[in-house]
Design a protein around this ligand. Sequence first.
Ligand SMILES: Nc1ncnc2c1ncn2[C@@H]1O[C@H](COP(=O)(O)OP(=O)(O)OP(=O)(O)O)[C@@H](O)[C@H]1O
Length: 336
Amino acid sequence: MTATQDIAISVRDLKTFFYTNNRCNKALNGVSFDIKKGKTLCIVGESGCGKSVTAASIMQLLPTLSRIEQGEIIYHADRGDIPLHALEKNGRHMRRIRGAEIAMIFQDPMTALNPVYSVGFQIKESLRYHMKMVGRAAHQKAISLLKEMGIALPEKRVNDFPHRYSGGMRQRAMIAMAMACSPKVLIADEPTTALDVTIQAQIFELMDKLKREHGTGIMLITHDMGVVAELADDVAVMYMGNIVEAGTVDEVLRQPTHPYTKALLASVPVLGKGRNQDIKAIRGSTPDPLNRPKGCQFADRCDFAVAQCQTMPEETRITPTHRVMCWRYKELVPNG
Ligand SMILES: Nc1ncnc2c1ncn2[C@@H]1O[C@H](COP(=O)(O)OP(=O)(O)OP(=O)(O)O)[C@@H](O)[C@H]1O
């Protein structure tokens, strides 16, 4: 078990729903996890399972047609616990926390960078707003952040506009901006999907360094099990708005228990195993979120489904850190 002082954000039984055309999509249907200080939590799962909605719920950046229906998001700040779910999303308190104490990086850096201002101006604006740092001190800080992110000639590059940066450099600039105020938590939503693999590796190395040297708690959303193996301390596997399995990276990758986790792992090639490995795509597709099956959401695609799976499985703890939502988990525990 993790001591409370080691947790940066705890999410408990979070339910976030979308309301469109008088219909309700239970995008998050009771999600619980912790983002620990100085650790990386990877959230994995297929498209539409709720990864981005989880991030948007924490940041209080949900679209207008959605809302948090139930549950808690507690930010354990040095000054005390702050219930983020209860803060007004555009209120002063949330604006002070967002970007400064909890920062986010996106797949597309232009989501965060404004094309009409220089990169340096944007970093300095964040330093001014959140840290009251201005003038020469802010300028020097912007340069040192770009340098820390591995941008060559930062004294010159600080004055460039984002369009003069390459894709990888923009991503670094966005991380520099996110890190400007030394956030306690960094939420990264598929931050390297659009980049080539060498740049991808450099960005991940950078994030790992931030975690080690600044004690930043990282929540990394990814499709990529290779990235999980490389970077995660903890893993949460999502399917249709539920965390179906969670645990330490060793538990989830070495002893996957939920049929969905097993299927996800079987669907990716393993480096070093050669060309003849048995790679299996997960059969079927995710159900219509507006017309969900009654019980286990994965049952229709599951090779182990039985009649009991027509009712929603309870969450069971296999170890203090490893939990699973599957009626048949006991039969499926490796060596179990
Ligand atoms: N702006 C929106 N309006 C209506 N429904 C939405 C919106 N954004 C997300 N949803 C719904 O919420 C659910 C969760 O979506 P979410 O974007 O979190 O998935 P995801 O796991 O991040 O997928 P991806 O990997 O494709 O980004 C889906 O059913 C999706 O259709």
